[in-house]
Design a protein around this ligand. Sequence first.
Ligand SMILES: Cc1ncc(COP(=O)(O)O)c(C=O)c1O
Length: 469
Amino acid sequence: MKNTYYKLIEQSFKFPQEGFKVEDNFLTFHGVSLKNLIEKYGTPFRLFYLPNIGEKINSAKKIFNQAISKYNYKGAYHYCYCTKSNHFSHVVNAALNENVHLETSSSFDIDLILNLFKEKKINNKLIVINNGYKTTEYLKKIISLHDFGFENVIVVLDNKSELDRLTNLLKGSHKKIKIGIRMAINEEAQSSYYTSRMGIRHSEIIDFHNLNIKNNKSVELKMLHFYIDSGIKDSLYFWGEFKKALKLYVDLNKQSSSLNSFNIGGGFPIRNNLGFDYDYEHIADSIIKNIKESCEANKVIDPNIFTEYGKYTVGESGAIVFKVLEQKQQNDNENWYLINNSLMNTIPDAWSIKEKFILLPVNKWDNDYKRANIGGISCDHSDYYNSEDFNQEVLLPSYSKKDNEPLYLGFFHTGAYQDAISGYGGIKHCLIPSPKQIIIEKDEEGNLIDYVYRNEQSAEEMFKLLGYK
Ligand SMILES: Cc1ncc(COP(=O)(O)O)c(C=O)c1O
C-alpha cells in the first residue's frame, strides 16, 4: 500500500477542514481552485480571499454578543480593526463593510482615516482608537480629526508625557479630547524583559489620573486599555494579567465618572497548523463573565468592551504560493526544495520571530512523502523553513526529477503583517521582486471573481527606489 501525502494528513489531522480541501489531487483554499489560479497567473503569487474577513468579524461579534445576552451584560461590544495588520485598501474596505471601528498606530494612519472619510468610506461617527507612541505630529493630526467632526476619537496614552504634549496642543481651544490609558503588562516568564515598554506602569495609573487627568479641562477619561502581545490564551498568565487590568478598571472607575470602556486589545489567535484547537466561544464567554462578576461585586456599571483584532481579522484570508524550482540532496538526510522567491522577503515573520504558518503542497497529494527543507533563492542562509508548529519537521510529497509537472507549495494564513514588515514593493533582499498580488472577492451578484491587484515588481521600479536612472 502506498503511503500518500493525503493519507498522512488525513490520519494526522481532521481533514478536509475549514478552508482546505483536495479536489482532483489539487488543494483548494476557501473553495478556490489553486490549480486554476496557477494556470491563469503563474507563480509566485500572494493571494487575498476577501470574503473571509467579513466571516471572521461576524463570528467574533456573534460570540461576544451571545455572551452579552447570556449574562445580561449592560455594556456594548465594539469590534475595532487594527489597521497595522494590513493597510491595503481592499482589506480595510472589506473590514469596513462589516461596520467595524478602527484602531491607529501612527501619524500616517490618521491620513489614512482622513482619506477614507474623503472617499465616503467612513463617516465621522466612527470610533477611532489611537494607540502607539504619540509624536507631536501624530497628536496634531488626531486633533485635526475633530475639525472634521470626529468626536469619537480616543487617544490612548502610552506614556505620561503624551498627556502634557496633548494638553499643550489644546491650550487656548475649547476642544475636549477623549482619552484612554494603556496599562503596561508584565510579560510571560520566558520573555527577554519583565514589563512591556508599552503603556504606563500599573501601580502609577491611579495617582497619575488623580493628579493630571481628573481636573484637566482639555481631556476626558473614557477607556482603560491593555494588550497581551503573546495573545489571548486560556492560561494562568493571560487571566492573571486580565484580572489585574479588571481590578484597575474597577478602582479607576471609582475615581472617574467618565470612564466607561475596557479595551482588551488584539491577540485573538489564528490557525497556524492543521491541528489548531482553540475555543473562541469559551474565551469570549469567560471575558464577559469575568467583567460582569467583577462589576457586580464592586457596584460598577458594566463597561463597553473594545477589541482590536488584527491578525484574527485578516490573517486567514491570505496565502502565498510558490513553485519548487529544483530539489537538491545535500547529504544523506537533508533534501532541499528550492522555491521561486524568498521566504525572508515574503513571510518575514517566519525567520524573524519564528512564526509558523500552515504549509501545504498544492498538488501531488497522491505521491509518497518525505522530509524536506524549503529554501528561498536569496543567498542568505536564513532564507529557509524546516519545521512546523505541529511536527517540528516538514513533510512534503516526494517526486521524481523526471516528473514534468512541478511541485507547488503554499504558505497559508499569511494575511497579517507580512507585507508591512517586508515593505511591499520596496527594495528587496537580493533584489528578488515582490510577487504579484491576486485578489478574490465577491461581485455584486455574490459570484467569486479574481484579478491581479499588482503585477510582480519590475526591475525598473526597484532601480528607481535605488536612485538609478
Ligand atoms: C495596541 C495593539 N492593539 C492590537 C494589536 C493587534 O494585535 P493582533 O494582530 O495580535 O490581534 C496590536 C499589535 O501589535 C497592538 O499593539
